[in-house]
Every structure is written in structure tokens, then in C-alpha cells.
Design a protein around this ligand. Structure first.
Ligand SMILES: [Zn+2]
Length: 221
């Protein structure tokens, strides 16, 4: 791989970046190639890192440009599992294969297939990992980090902990009972029962699932 500085592209508009992606996709398609980060470097006008930085991720940029996501290889399993957590949380239930091909998923179902040897296998490995995490996060040590170490937990729960709390609450708001599974687009958040600012720790026992509205006291119910 060549080592070179990216061109200075900060002043380029989003539209210019996206339209060059479309052009690059056509050029590559004619050559029988797909628009990956690496291939874009060969035919694109701009640095692929510039596009990544601007849109948050390569796949986000492709989506914005209206291009199909390429199947990506060698994505770390942790990253694929985090993506699966985010999709699961957004859906409020176990995602199906096609859920992975649209937002908020960053990786296609076929990426999971390729990595795990099938969608079902990917889910099985994911569930095994979550089960292990659940055991780790509910050990006496994990439940009482402040008393043991004298330090406080971080205010923001990790994605793993968020997922476990939501799973425990059946992906439903503990106040109004709604779930993204039954109310499309509902956003579930994690709330501290005893506020972190009042000494409440970021541990499963002090966390609850609330929807966006209930968490801001705006719910009609
Ligand atoms: Zn609610």
C-alpha cells in the first residue's frame, strides 16, 4: 500500500463528494469492481478518508449517494456485533436478515453471512457473546465497582450495558410500555433511576429503559 498524504479537501461540498462517489462507482463497475474504500483511492478525485470523515463512515457515504453497500471483508467481529446491537435496539427485537441492509445498519447481511458462514450462525455467536457479557456485568464485582475501587462508574453506559438493560426490559419503555417493535421509530434510551449527578451509578440495577418522550417527561400517558 502506498503511503501518501490525503489531498486537502476540507472545502469540497458534500454534493461534490457524493457525486464523485457515483462517478467512481460507474467507472469501477465497468471494470467489474465494486466501490470499496480501497478501490475509490484508485479512481476517485478525493481522498477516501475525507469521505469517511465527512459522512461518519464509508457505508454512510455510499448510502447518502444512493449506492448499494458493498460486502466488506475483514470487519472485526466486535464491530459487527456492535452494529447488530444498534440495529436490534432500533428494531426493539431480533433483526431479520434484510434489516441489516438499511439504516441504522452499517454492514450488510451478506457481510455477516460471509463472516460467520450464515445469518443464523452470526446470531448464535452474537447471543453467546451477549450471554457471556451478561455474566461478567452481573458478577458482584461488576455490580459494585464504586465501593470496591473508590472510583465512580462512567456516566454513559457502554453499548454492551445498554443492550443488556434493554434486553432485560424486553426492549420496552418501563414507563409507557411502548417498544420500537410495535411503534416504529420509537427511540429507547437508558435512564439512571438515581441520577448519576446524585451519586447513582451506571450499573444495570440503577438503569432503566425509557422512550424518548417519557425520558423528557413529555409522554401523554
Ligand atoms: Zn415511554
Amino acid at each position: 500500500m502506498r503511503f501518501e498524504l490525503e489531498p486537502f479537501n476540507r472545502s469540497v461540498s458534500d454534493e461534490d463528494l457524493l457525486s464523485d462517489l457515483v462517478t467512481a462507482a460507474e467507472t469501477l463497475k465497468a471494470a467489474g469492481k465494486s466501490l470499496t474504500f480501497r478501490n475509490y483511492r484508485e479512481v476517485g478525485k478525493y481522498g477516501p478518508s475525507t469521505i469517511n470523515d465527512r459522512f461518519g463512515s464509508w457505508n454512510n457515504a455510499l448510502r447518502k449517494a444512493g449506492l448499494a453497500l458493498a460486502e466488506e471483508k475483514n470487519v472485526p467481529v466486535d464491530v459487527l456485533f456492535d452494529n447488530l446491537r444498534l440495529v436490534w435496539i432500533a428494531k426493539g427485537k431480533q433483526p431479520v436478515y434484510r434489516d441489516m441492509n438499511g439504516p441504522p445498519s452499517q454492514y450488510t447481511g451478506s457481510t455477516y453471512n460471509a463472516r460467520f458462514g450464515g445469518w443464523r450462525k452470526a446470531l448464535e455467536e452474537f447471543v453467546a457473546t451477549v450471554t457471556e457479557e451478561q455474566e461478567l456485568l452481573t458478577t458482584p464485582e461488576a455490580r459494585q465497582p464504586p465501593k470496591q475501587t473508590g472510583r465512580r462508574t462512567n456516566r454513559d453506559p457502554s453499548l454492551s450495558l445498554r443492550f443488556l438493560v434493554l434486553k432485560r426490559d424486553c426492549f420496552r419503555c418501563t414507563a409507557c410500555g411502548r417498544s420500537p417493535a410495535t411503534h416504529a421509530g420509537l427511540i429507547l434510551e437508558i435512564d439512571h433511576v438515581i441520577a448519576w449527578s446524585k451519586g447513582g451509578e451506571t450499573i444495570a440495577e440503577n438503569l432503566q429503559s425509557l422512550c424518548f418522550d417519557c425520558n423528557r417527561g413529555k409522554s401523554a400517558t
